[in-house]
Design a binder for this molecule. Sequence first.
Ligand code: GLY
Ligand code: MN
Ligand code: MN
Length: 418
Amino acid sequence: MMNENSVAILPSAPTLVRNRDVEHGFRQDSDFTYLSGFNEPESVIVLIPNRKQGEFILFCRDRDPKKETWDGRRFGMEGAVEFFDADDAYPIDDLEEILPGLMEDRESVYYSIGLNPDFDKHVLKCVNDLRAQSRRGARVPYEFVSLEYLLHDMRLYKGREEIALMRKAAKISVQAHINAMKACQPGVNEYELEAEFLFEFKRNGADWAYSSIVGGGENGCILHYTENSAELNDKELVLIDAGAEYQGYAADITRTFPVNGKYTVPQQEIYEVVLEAQNAAFEKVKPGNHWNDPHNAAVKALTKGMVEIGLLKGKPAQLIKDGSYMKYYMHRTGHWLGMDVHDVGDYKVDDNWRLFEPGMVLTVEPGLYIPAGSRGAKRWWNIGVRIEDDLAVTKNGYDLLTKGLPRTVEEVEAVMTS
Ligand code: GLY
Ligand code: MN
Ligand code: MN
């Protein structure tokens, strides 16, 4: 996909200090993992089409027995070639010396400026070094092209191996949600349920794909609640949005269930409306339909349901047109899912919603949130419900990656009391 006479440059993710001598756990940049599988910081991928000596160059940290004793093993240049199929590997410390030569006489540079300002400086220095050598005939690349544009379109279409990893991430997450349903009872703290997830993720060689959201009662109405520090009360709901990341691929699942194992009547009313909306959205996930079809179907079902139970008054079509439904449904119905939980890939192409094609993976996650104080809705105060599942588009429809996790009222209550 790259121009014949070009070079692509991609740095690894930076490390980040958490506090004093402690760093945040290192998470490789998703594009970097996608292209190389190489999981070390301080490394750079350089791709050079048609380079006779090899097209894939990896800059990385040199072996260093003393440092490795303190901070862990490194592959070094030999490992980069042996295990990651690099055609050439160089020490990262030599980057500024070697990179100008690799860019010389190349017309285009695929590099995403602005994402990593520290690394931008290295790239700019290399370009300027080349400029300084123009009198000896060095040619400076004349265009910079965003690498993301090509790469993210590739990442949108998942291959068979990628779907298999996503299925595994989903499976681990499904089990964790079931464990949490079983562990839940009045008096348990939100963080205790969060612990069920971390335990299940870790014991399967996975990690979290994003900070788990465990919100009991009114906290379920806060979309990105992550404090997870309140006690769970009898007769309230708990909303859990949590998913694993397995070998770089994410799951993203939400369930909302009664703390004591049995939905109250008002809770069930809201739940059934959201479930209906999710089913309506599922139906729209198939090749030929476009990105916004599931959202439109969910909005329609939610609004109709809200009118039927009396949460909204008026004609559904009008309530959709004037946006009244957004009082209780203020987010969209999903996003692409992949290496990043909100994965890359354009939602529109040439100003039109993108059509679904096999290999795309998305979430479908309608919800309703009715905080205390909502006028005319006292019966439903502090009820927040979201149901979220992960779907891979197939030739004829979709494959539910998150299958096996209770979704209906009956299924949830059965698991909680078993
Ligand atoms: N967990 C983030 C989301 O559902 O989009
Ligand atoms: Mn989501
Ligand atoms: Mn989610």
